[in-house]
Design a protein around this ligand. Structure first.
Ligand code: NOJ
Ligand code: CA
Length: 677
C-alpha cells in the first residue's frame, strides 16, 4: 500500500516537469522595477510573466496564433536565440503634453521555432520600462509561412490579483461609444482597450496597444477568472489579418504603476513604442482652439442639410468667423457645407467632398477668414462609406489645399460592422471600424492629407495607438462618448464618465471631446450633468492639441466671465503632471504652456463631493504668479445648482498650496500667470 502510494507520488512528480514551464529568458526594466520572464511549457507553448518589485502582476500567459490556412502556431516551440539591447534617449514632440519624452528601456528579443514538421519561426520582442512593457511578434520571411493569414491572435494577459476594472464593451453597435463598466476584474466580459484595472493591493494596470499599422485592432475577453485573451476585430472577408511576411504586429502594451497619477503619466510609453516622425518638417501642424457650426445641429435647432434651418450658410459662417476673430480663436469648423446630407444615415452614397451647397460660398468664406486671421476647418462625414469616400479623397483634399484649409474632421457614422468598403474580389463588403482594412484606410487619409499639409481629426475613428508620433498631422480623434451625448444622449454622460475617460481613453492619446457648453443645456432644454466650473476644467483635463469651444456664440456672449478662461487656456504644453487623482473618482492635472511661463490647472470629479489640496511646487521657484481661479461655489451641485461659480484671483508662489472643493459633478480651472520678475 505504502509502496503503491509512493510510486503514484513519484509518477506525479515525474509527470509534473513535462507540463510545467521552464524559464528560458528574463529581462528587467532599467530601474529594476518590472521583470519579464519568458517561459516554454511541456507542450512547447511560449509564455511570459511580469512581476513588479518581485511581486507577480501578470502570471504565465501564453502567446500564439490561429491561422486560416495552416496548423495553429501555438505549440511545439523551442528557443532559438536571444538578443538584448538597452536604450535611453529623449526626443521632442512637435506638439503635445510634454515637450521632451524620455524613452528608456531594456529590450529582449527571443526567437522561437517549431521543433519539427514545418519549423515555422517567430520572434517576441519585449521592451521593458519602469512603468510598463510593450511586446510584439515579428514574423520573419520563411518558406512555410510566407503569407500569414491570421484568424486569431491568442495573446493572453493573466491578471494575478483580484481587483476592480473599468472597461467598455467591444463589438457593440455604437462602436467605441459606451459608458465604462466598473466591475471586479473577474467581471470583465469582452472589452475594448485601453482597459484599466486596480488590484486589491493597489497596483494599477492598463492594457492597450501601440502602432496599430496594417493589422486588426485588439480587444480582450475573459476566458477564465483573471485570464484575458486577445480578440482581434472581425473581418468581413477573409482572415482577421492577411499579410506577407516579414512584418511585426502592433505592440501589446501593459502599463503597470503603483497609483493612478503614475498610470496617467505612463501613457507616453505608447508614444515611445511608435516609430519617429516620418513627415519631416511639421511646423505646418498648428495646435489651436476652434469654434464651429456644430452644436446647433446636435440641439436640432439647425440642420446639416440645406433648407430653412441650414447651419452652414455663408452668412452664418461669416458671423462665426467674426466671433472667432473677436475672441482669439484660430479655426471655424463647419459641418453640413457639402452636398449629400439629405439622407446621410442611410448609405452615404450622395456625399460630395468637392461641391458645397449653393448657400455656402466656400471661396468667399475662406478669403474672408484669411483677412481676419481665421482658418476654416474642413469636414468629411462619410457615413462610413469608405468606398465612396476613397473615390473622392484626393479631390476633396485638393480643394482644401487650394483654399488654405489646414485641417479636416472626418467622420465614420454607422453601426459597428457597417463600414462599406470594396472587398478582395471587387465587391462591396461591410467592415468593422477597427479592422485591418480600416487601419489601412486611416493611414491612407493621414498620408494624403500630410502631402497637402492638412491635419486630420477622425470621429468614429480607429482607436488611438500613438501614431501621432509617426504622423504628427494626426492631431486628434473622438473614439468614446463625447460632448454630443450631452445634447441628445440617453443617458447623457454622467459626471464619472469624463473622469473614467482620463484613466482609460485618454491613455491612448488626444480626444476631440468638444467641451465648453456654458449654457449647460442640451437638446429640448435638457440639463447637462455638469457645473459651470467643470466645463472649464475639462479644457485642461482632457488633452487635445485642437480643442473646440463647442457652445453657441450667444451662450458665450451671455457668460463672458467664465468664457474668459476658455479664451485664455492654451492647447500646447511643455509639461504635464497629474497632481492627484483616483480612477473613476477625480483628477487634478497641471500643465505648463509651451509658449510662456504660465501654468494651468484643471480638475474634475464624479457625482460625489470631493476636494483637493495640492502643493504648487511645480511653479518656478522664486517667481510670483497671479492665480485666476474658477471654482465651484459653496452650494454648487450638478443637479441642483450647476451655475454657482466663484471667480477670484490670488497671488501665489511655488511655496504655496491650492485647495478647493469640487462640487458633485463639478470641477476647477486655474490659470497661473507668471508676473514680470
Ligand atoms: C458624429 C460626430 O462625432 C459629430 O461630431 C458630428 O457632428 C456628426 N457625426 C456628423 O458628422
Ligand atoms: Ca461620434
Amino acid at each position: 500500500m505504502i509502496v503503491r502510494m509512493f510510486l503514484m507520488m513519484l509518477a506525479l512528480v515525474l509527470a509534473a516537469p513535462a507540463m510545467a514551464q521552464e524559464k528560458v529568458a528574463s529581462v528587467s526594466s532599467p530601474g529594476n522595477v518590472l521583470t519579464v520572464d519568458i517561459t516554454i511549457n511541456g507542450e512547447g507553448r511560449v509564455g511570459y510573466a511580469v512581476s513588479r518589485l518581485g511581486k507577480p502582476v501578470i502570471g504565465e500567459s501564453h502567446v500564439g496564433f490561429l491561422l486560416a490556412d495552416g496548423p495553429q502556431l501555438l505549440r511545439n516551440f523551442v528557443l532559438t536565440g536571444q538578443t538584448r539591447r538597452s536604450f535611453d534617449q529623449s526626443w521632442e514632440q512637435p506638439w503635445g503634453e510634454w515637450r521632451t519624452i524620455r524613452d528608456r528601456y531594456n529590450e529582449l528579443a527571443v526567437g522561437f521555432a517549431e521543433k519539427d514538421k514545418l519549423k515555422r519561426r517567430f520572434t517576441l520582442v519585449f521592451r521593458v520600462y519602469d512603468n510598463g512593457i510593450g511586446f510584439r511578434y515579428e514574423l520573419p520571411q520563411q518558406p512555410n509561412l510566407n503569407q500569414v493569414n491570421i484568424t486569431e491572435e491568442l495573446t493572453q494577459f493573466r491578471i494575478v490579483e483580484p481587483g476592480e476594472a473599468w472597461w467598455s464593451p467591444a463589438f457593440e453597435s455604437n462602436r467605441e461609444e459606451y459608458l465604462y463598466n466598473r466591475t471586479p476584474i473577474s467581471g470583465i466580459a469582452t472589452a475594448q482597450t485601453p482597459l484599466t484595472m486596480r488590484t486589491a493591493s493597489g497596483t494599477h494596470i492598463a492594457i492597450h496597444e501601440a502602432a496599430l499599422v496594417d493589422y486588426s485592432g485588439m480587444n480582450v475577453r475573459q476566458v477564465e477568472k483573471g485570464l484575458l485573451e486577445a480578440v482581434l476585430t472581425y473581418s468581413a472577408a477573409g482572415p482577421k489579418v492577411a499579410r506577407a511576411a516579414p512584418f511585426p504586429t502592433p505592440w501589446r502594451v501593459i502599463l503597470i504603476t503603483p497609483d493612478a497619477p503614475s498610470l496617467y503619466a505612463a501613457n507616453s510609453l505608447i508614444l515611445n513604442l511608435n516609430a519617429p516622425n516620418a513627415l519631416g518638417d511639421v511646423s505646418w501642424v498648428k495646435p489651436m482652439k476652434y469654434v464651429g457650426i456644430w452644436w446647433g445641429m446636435h440641439l436640432d435647432t439647425q440642420t446639416w442639410e440645406a433648407g430653412p434651418r441650414h447651419g452652414a450658410t455663408t452668412a452664418n459662417t461669416m458671423r462665426m468667423i467674426d466671433f472667432a476673430a473677436k475672441h482669439g480663436f484660430k479655426g471655424v469648423l463647419v459641418e453640413g457645407w457639402n452636398k449629400g446630407w439629405e439622407d446621410w444615415f442611410a448609405t452615404g452614397d450622395d456625399f460630395s467632398f468637392t461641391e458645397p451647397y449653393p448657400d455656402f460660398d466656400i471661396a468667399k468664406i475662406t478669403a474672408y477668414g484669411h483677412r481676419k486671421g481665421v482658418v476654416l476647418i474642413g469636414h468629411h462625414e462619410t457615413s462610413a462609406n469608405v468606398a465612396h469616400y476613397e473615390s473622392q479623397l484626393e479631390a476633396g483634399l485638393d480643394l482644401y489645399q487650394r483654399l488654405g484649409i489646414p485641417a479636416v474632421k472626418t467622420g465614420y457614422v454607422s453601426d459597428a460592422g457597417g463600414v462599406q468598403m470594396i472587398g478582395p474580389d471587387g465587391r462591396k463588403i461591410f467592415e468593422w471600424h477597427e479592422g485591418q482594412r480600416m487601419a489601412r484606410h486611416h493611414l491612407k487619409v493621414v498620408r494624403e492629407a500630410a502631402k497637402r499639409h492638412i491635419a486630420v481629426n477622425p470621429h468614429e475613428p480607429i482607436k488611438d495607438t500613438g501614431l501621432r508620433r509617426t504622423y504628427p498631422n494626426w492631431v486628434s480623434r473622438e473614439g468614446q462618448r463625447g460632448m454630443e451625448y450631452n445634447a441628445w444622449g440617453e443617458p447623457k454622460n454622467p459626471p464619472e464618465h469624463e473622469v473614467n475617460l482620463v484613466f482609460t481613453r485618454m491613455l491612448a492619446g488626444p480626444m476631440d471631446y468638444t467641451p465648453g457648453i456654458l449654457s449647460l443645456i442640451g437638446k429640448n432644454n435638457t440639463q447637462i450633468p455638469s457645473t459651470l466650473a467643470r466645463q472649464l476644467g475639462l479644457y485642461v483635463v482632457l488633452y487635445s492639441p485642437i480643442v473646440m469651444a463647442a457652445d453657441l456664440p450667444e451662450n458665450y456672449e451671455r457668460n463672458l466671465r467664465p468664457f474668459q478662461f476658455i479664451k485664455d487656456v492654451v492647447v500646447d504644453w511643455d509639461d504635464t503632471r497629474m497632481l492627484a487623482g483616483e480612477v473613476g473618482d477625480y483628477a487634478v492635472i497641471a500643465r505648463k504652456d509651451r509658449n510662456s511661463d504660465n501654468w494651468f490647472l484643471g480638475a474634475i470629479a464624479d457625482e460625489q463631493e470631493r476636494s483637493f489640496d495640492v502643493a504648487l511646487s511645480f511653479l518656478a521657484p522664486g517667481r510670483r504668479y497671479r492665480a485666476e481661479i474658477y471654482r465651484d461655489g459653496a452650494s454648487a451641485d450638478y443637479r441642483t445648482n450647476p451655475r454657482d461659480i466663484v471667480i477670484e484671483q490670488r497671488m501665489v508662489t511655488s511655496g504655496d498650496r491650492l485647495a478647493a472643493r469640487i462640487a458633485p459633478g463639478g470641477g476647477t480651472a486655474v490659470r497661473f500667470v507668471a508676473l514680470k520678475r
